[in-house]
Design a protein around this ligand. Structure first.
Ligand SMILES: NC(=O)C1=CN([C@@H]2O[C@H](COP(=O)(O)OP(=O)(O)OC[C@H]3O[C@@H](n4cnc5c(N)ncnc54)[C@H](O)[C@@H]3O)[C@@H](O)[C@H]2O)C=CC1
Ligand SMILES: O=C(O)[C@@H]1CCC=N1
Length: 278
């Protein structure tokens, strides 16, 4: 069981994981987070009752935070991961499991910036963890034991579905479920814009789009739900929905979505290269 956890970098993603985790049995007193700005640290401490340290005020915040932690979450941007690993290495306990949520940072890039043999896990979460409907894919490093992998699972299991995947699947996961919530929000924006084109007022348009996306998403969470079956349940033969789906297909919407996911995965691969090139 996790006794102490440190979040190094607690922005959108770190906070989503933190919020989901604190909804479980973990006490806020078991959590320490670090961020750059004092205002953000105060906000996190106030909102969640955790200890939050700001690098602007406490230059050793990250090294202090990892002391005594069984799990450390690296929640900074990919470009900052190696430097952060090197910064904490001198104070990191050899048994502490280091979980990176950074897109595109490989296990070997992580390990090469940490003490030899440090247990590492590469994770690709998504922000719906915040409302405990997230999904995360984990890939453990070669020296990470089953018990240490179980600690990484524990970070996420109360906030969503946890999958174990081979590391070479991580860019695809990032392109589908890591970035995916943004695709859904973009769809909601486009649906609201379409509503306004009918002359509906902005508020009505936003409410219709938001509740439709949220309600449809909730239906997908029911046991055995299949999106194609649910779609047929809305589409009367010869009716209005069928006309809309036919227009989507004529415009190549499925191909457009696939192209978006391909672009995301290609960008992840490019970032990995850029990080290696230094
Ligand atoms: N936002 C998302 O939906 C997802 C993000 N990720 C990954 O999560 C990581 C963080 O992304 P976001 O949360 O979106 O970024 P963000 O910019 O919202 O958060 C980063 C946080 O790290 C802090 N920070 C930066 N350098 C620091 C340092 N040296 N020490 C302590 N704190 C530091 C910043 O103050 C900020 O609070 C990225 O590597 C990204 O690839 C992964 C999956 C989804
Ligand atoms: O946009 C990004 O780079 C991150 C990784 C997955 C989702 N957000």
């Amino acid at each position: 069981m996790i006794k102490r956890i440190a979040f190094l970098g607690c922005g959108s993603m770190g906070e989503a994981i933190l919020a989901g985790l604190l909804g479980s049995e973990l006490s806020p007193s078991a959590v320490v987070s670090t961020v750059r700005r004092v205002e953000r640290a105060e906000e996190l401490a106030h909102r969640y009752g955790i200890t939050a340290l700001a690098g602007a005020e406490e230059p050793d915040a990250n090294s202090l935070a990892v002391q005594g932690a069984d799990v450390v979450i690296l929640g900074v941007k990919p470009i900052g991961i190696a430097g952060l690993c090197r910064e904490i290495s001198p104070t990191l306990d050899a048994r502490t499991v280091v979980v990176s949520v950074a897109a595109a940072v490989s296990l070997s890039q992580l390990s090469s910036a940490l003490p030899p043999g440090q247990p590492v896990v590469r994770a690709m979460p998504n922000t719906p963890l915040k409302v405990r409907r997230g999904v995360v894919a984990l890939s453990a490093g070669p020296t990470t034991t089953a018990q240490q992998q179980a600690l990484a699972h524990e970070v996420f299991v109360s906030s969503g579905v946890v999958l174990d995947v081979p590391e070479d699947a991580q860019n695809a996961v990032s392109a589908i479920s890591g970035s995916g919530p943004a695709y859904v929000f973009y769809f909601a924006e486009a649906l609201a814009a379409a509503a306004e084109e009918f002359g509906l007022d902005e508020d009505t348009a936003r409410i219709l789009a938001r509740e439709t996306v949220a309600g449809g998403g909730l239906m997908l969470t029911q046991p055995g739900a299949d999106p194609a079956v649910l779609r047929r349940g809305v589409s009367s033969p010869g009716g209005t929905t069928e006309a809309a789906i036919a227009a989507f297909q004529a415009q190549g919407l499925a191909g457009i979505i696939a192209a978006g996911a391909q672009a995301a995965a290609a960008r992840a691969a490019a970032i990995t290269e850029e990080l290696s090139a230094g």
